[in-house]
Design a protein around this ligand. Structure first.
Ligand code: FAD
Length: 281
């Protein structure tokens, strides 16, 4: 993996749309804390396929935009939306002054009818470029440990290259705790002459059961030594969080030393764990 210590790392933070007004107030306070300390290049807001969740992303983007010093990047996914709905959403974001997107296929929530006209993220990237030209800086998702539905590692990597070449400016990875998976993935991109930043996604370790459940679903591996130690701390949340901060801060440090172009923090709408990691960097 090539190392460019001259360029400054770019940090970003991800939120999900809160369900209540109280949740929104808390999120705005979290945004302020992170803005004042990390001053991220952008805050991204996740997107849920299906009517009400889709609208919550737009509303959250509107609320977070009231702090003019923050740049907001909505996630947009093609699963569960028609081309017309996607185009309307792109127009709404352009009218709001948004010029950055995280562009995904998405996952369909259980029980919601699937009406997608675009089937994969590469088609959505091409659609956004067709409709809006170079207006948006486009991020796509990358999977150093491979996407759980992929037919094979090679097929998954080829699909990633197609998606990036459809017009992405940068990629953010699924989280991982095996640094070799990331460095190998970046090397494969270099060998394929794909020259876009591949920014590691960083998941803080806050809660044992949630992390295990989520990782099993999204295909992120938790190494045995981490899993066993977390299990041993299951009823001792302070020790679990201290251990988690230590593991994740060390991973972040190693990634930056290896030349990662930045870090994208999955904040889970909380600032505390991220700020503890940040203090250690
Ligand atoms: P794709 O790139 O389309 O890939 C999905 C699968 O299809 C892969 O297995 C790939 O190998 C395969 N594939 C791709 N192209 C083809 C093709 N042409 N033919 C056959 N197979 C193909 N989910 C949400 O719902 N909302 C969010 O806001 C959200 N944010 C995310 C942010 C990040 C940084 C990441 C890493 C993930 C996020 N996700 C989100 C999860 C993501 O939507 C899921 O992982 C989803 O299953 C795949 O999305 P994708 O954009 O990577 O899809």
């Amino acid at each position: 993996m090539s190392t460019d210590h001259n360029s400054k790392p770019v940090f970003s933070c991800e939120f999900f749309p809160p369900r209540t007004d109280v949740g929104m107030e808390k999120l705005i306070a979290t945004q302020q804390q992170l803005q004042n300390t990390i001053s991220p290049a952008f805050f991204s807001v996740t997107f849920g396929a299906g009517g009400t969740t889709r609208d919550r992303t737009l509303e959250t983007v509107r609320q977070l935009r009231s702090d003019e010093s923050s740049i907001i990047a909505p996630h947009i996914s093609c699963i569960g939306s028609s081309k017309q709905q996607l185009e309307e959403l792109l127009n709404q974001y352009m009218a709001l002054g948004i010029n950055r997107l995280v562009t995904l296929r998405g996952d369909m929530p259980e029980g919601v009818e699937q009406v997608n006209e675009l089937n994969h993220a590469n088609e959505l990237v091409a659609f956004v470029r067709e409709k809006t030209g170079d207006h948006f800086y486009i991020e796509v998702a990358a999977y150093p440990e491979y996407h759980p539905e992929s037919a094979s590692p090679n097929a998954d990597f080829e699909h990633f290259l197609n998606k990036a070449r459809a017009g992405a400016d940068s990629a953010i990875t699924q989280y991982f705790y095996n640094i070799d998976a990331y460095t190998r993935f970046v090397e494969k991109c270099e060998q394929a002459q794909l020259d876009i930043p591949i920014v590691p996604g960083i998941m803080p370790i806050i809660n044992y059961a949630n992390l295990i459940r989520f990782s099993d679903n999204c295909g992120a591996e938790i190494p045995r030594w981490i899993r066993l130690q977390l299990a041993a701390y299951e009823n001792d949340p302070d020790s679990l969080r201290d251990f988690g901060t230590d593991v994740v801060a060390r991973l972040c440090q190693q990634l930056l030393e290896a030349g990662a172009p930045g870090l994208h923090f999955y904040t889970l709408n909380q600032s505390e764990a991220i700020l503890k990691i940040w203090d250690r960097l």
